[in-house]
Design a protein around this ligand. Structure first.
Ligand SMILES: [Ca+2]
Ligand SMILES: [Ca+2]
Ligand SMILES: [Ca+2]
Length: 176
């Protein structure tokens, strides 16, 4: 039952469904083509997404059939992310955080402020006000700006926190 499983599992399934753009029941290279096409071949984002897909397909596919099913995805999260801390996450997830950070940090000053975060969401067509409020939760030291480490922690929380109320739209927006 969705209502009784840890919320991280539910988010992992939502994330899986987002990546399975072809609705085939598997994440495979065709999905990458569909996602990069709909993201309007963003020059900064496309390589980030492509690397993530390639690495996920390599890491989460123990039977080596070139595609990742929902059960494989859930098993991968349990194996590679749960019970580890954010800095021990697989390198490609840390790379995803770094890539998202670079896309958000429009002025390149090494910090993402609220306005940059909101511009990023708007550019990804995310208009839910709750998404902009995720900034405050990602900003762990509450100094009004995000670091790449905050986004890394945000990805970790997304895949591990049993609580329902964690930032998620900012991450989903990368692939939407
Ligand atoms: Ca698919
Ligand atoms: Ca900045
Ligand atoms: Ca901060």
């Amino acid at each position: 039952m969705l209502t009784t499983m840890g919320a991280y599992k539910q988010r992992t399934i939502e994330f899986f469904d987002l990546l399975d753009a072809s609705r085939s029941g598997y994440i495979d290279p065709e999905d990458l083509s569909l996602i990069t096409a709909r993201s309007g071949s963003d020059a900064q984002l496309t390589p980030v997404i492509s690397t993530f897909f390639r690495e996920l397909l390599r890491a989460a596919d123990p039977n080596k059939d070139g595609k990742v099913g929902k059960e494989e995805m859930l098993a991968y999260v349990e194996r590679a992310i749960l019970g580890k801390d954010a800095d021990a996450m697989p390198e490609f997830l840390r790379t995803l955080a770094a890539g998202a950070f670079q896309v958000m940090d429009a002025d390149g000053n090494g910090k993402v402020d609220k306005a940059e975060f909101e511009r990023y969401l708007k550019a990804r067509n995310v208009t839910d006000p709750a998404a902009a409020n995720e900034f405050a939760k990602l900003d762990r030291d509450r100094d009004g700006s995000l670091t790449a480490a905050d986004l890394r922690a945000g990805i970790h929380v997304f895949f591990t926190e049993v609580d329902r109320d964690v930032p998620q739209q900012w991450l989903m927006a990368l692939f939407s």
